[in-house]
Design a protein around this ligand. Structure first.
Ligand code: NDP
Ligand code: 2IT
Length: 444
């Protein structure tokens, strides 16, 4: 058996019941096979792949909190500190009932390569809890966040591990977590990113993942002489990433006709009304079914279906494995030319393969959504120098990072004979830097 296959089967054996983690590892290791084969002897001797797939540290803890009825609730908290070869652990905190250790490991593993691709000095980590902020009062969310940090504070710090937002963790949650960290540690430091602007946050961090997704998509199209203006776009999700992807797509002259949440999706043939969407999701924290009250001519559908609409570009921005093989077939039949992942691993392995085989330009999440974490690293820089940069300055840097990221993965794909395969390009380019740092630092 080849070294790559041996390590994949060991990962499956040692981590039972964690299908998303297996999926993420398989995707990466299979696409770096060509590099591994060239260096097989030294990698095997150094157990390089075994070290790469094993998190440096997994932390699991109890999170007790009191709800509004006086009832004590107990959730599980996690932080996986995956790889610190190129910088302090960096990655978001996901608050969603589906969170378990396998989900956090898959996200942490992806984060290692994504962070490497940003070109900035950040290692990979991820955390979260099965707590569901949906339907909770602000006081309940605060109680949870304070309890979560009362345990997690021991393991994080501006030079060790810097968490941020992800699904279910937005500005409100980061604020409560930051306040509790500062209270316990008695230091005002950049331990979290995605902070409010009044206490150390960076301008453009809120917009960064969605904007970055459009910047890299536009750059990829530009490299083929195509513009984004006038294109029709389907977006899934209606959260942080989706909203600012829609905003930038509209600014670039594209027409976005869909958005979705976990209960349903809207089709608005005239283009999504972004002000309405922001009010429903950012202010009211309501369901997407409300969108019809703002735009009577739009359609609301319960359940899945966002990929059945005829579009040029599809941007999955909700969650993992939300774009299945049948969806990929519908998209291709409807003439889609680009799929770029705003979410982490939203496309199943079968769907990705189908899209690529049918000539669709496919940008994987670890490249396409790297603008969020890259701007988090810019927030860390600003915190370290105790300065604030203007929106334009941060946005310019973000654009520059996404543009060079695209050329980096494009060149890596070409170098190894996989021209146009950005999955292979992203995995190889992300891997090379981490491996170089790991090798230089010896067996640790
Ligand atoms: P939000 O919590 O702001 O929004 C998530 C959106 O996705 C919501 O509309 C939510 O609907 C929907 N969603 C979540 N889970 C499911 C599900 N199981 N089925 C269907 N829909 C679902 O999260 P973000 O926008 O921050 O994150 C979206 C994705 O982008 C995630 O994969 C995240 O890991 C990734 N990402 C986020 C970054 C960031 O900076 N925030 C950076 C890079 C990647 P509902 O409200 O009904 O649950
Ligand atoms: O998946 C991701 O890259 C994020 N949720 C953002 C992480 C960060 O540290 O900003």
């Amino acid at each position: 058996m080849s070294y790559v296959d041996e390590v994949i089967s060991e990962v499956i054996r040692k981590n039972p019941g964690e299908p998303e983690f297996h999926q993420a590892v398989k995707e990466v290791l299979e696409s770096i096979r060509v590099v591994v084969e060239k260096n097989e002897e030294s990698y095997r001797r150094d157990a390089l792949l075994e070290r790469l797939v094993a998190p440096e540290r997994e932390i699991k803890f109890r999170v007790p909190w009191v709800d509004d009825k006086g009832q004590v609730q107990v959730n599980s908290g996690y932080r996986v500190q995956y790889n610190s070869a190129i910088g302090p652990y960096k990655g978001g905190i996901r608050l969603h009932p589906s969170v378990n250790i396998g989900i956090i490991k898959f996200l942490g593993f992806e984060q290692v390569f994504k962070n490497s691709l940003t070109g900035l000095p950040i290692g990979g980590g991820k955390g979260g809890s099965d707590f569901d902020p949906k339907g909770k009062s602000d006081r309940e969310v605060m109680a949870f966040c304070q309890s979560f940090i009362t345990e997690l504070y021991k393991y994080i710090g501006q030079d060790t591990d810097v968490p941020a937002g992800d699904i279910g963790t937005g500005a409100r949650e980061i604020g409560y977590m930051y306040g509790q960290y500062k209270r316990i540690r008695g230091v005002f430091e950049g331990v979290l990113t995605g902070k409010g602007l009044s206490y150390g946050g960076s301008l453009a961090r809120r917009e960064a993942t969605g904007y970055g997704l459009l910047y890299i998509t536009a750059e990829m199209l530009k490299s083929r002489g195509i513009g984004i203006e006038g294109k029709t776009v389907a977006v899934s999700g209606a959260g942080n990433v989706a909203i600012y992807a829609i905003e930038k797509a509209q600014q670039l002259g594209a027409k976005v006709v869909t958005a979705s949440d976990s209960t349903g999706w809207v089709y608005d043939p005239d283009g999504i009304d972004l002000a309405a969407l922001k009010e429903i999701k950012e202010v009211k924290r309501a369901r997407l079914s409300e969108y019809k009250n703002y735009r009577p001519s739009s359609e609301y559908h319960e359940g899945r279906g966002v990929w059945s609409v005829k579009v040029d570009i599809a941007l999955p921005c909700a969650t993992q494995n939300e774009l299945h093989l049948e969806d990929a077939k519908m998209l291709v039949a409807n003439g889609v030319t680009v799929v770029a992942e705003g979410a982490n691993m939203p496309t199943t392995a079968e769907a990705t393969e189908y899209l690529q085989k049918n000539g669709v330009l496919f940008l994987p999440g670890k490249a396409a959504n790297a603008g969020g974490v890259a701007t988090s690293a810019l927030e860390m820089s600003q915190n370290s120098e105790r300065l604030h940069w203007s929106f334009e300055e941060v946005d310019e840097k973000l654009k520059g990072i996404m543009t060079s990221l695209f050329h980096n993965i494009d060149n890596a794909a070409k170098k190894y004979g996989f021209e146009g395969n950005y999955v292979v390009g992203a995995n190889i380019a992300g891997f090379e830097k981490v491996v170089d740092a790991m090798t230089a630092q010896g067996i640790v």
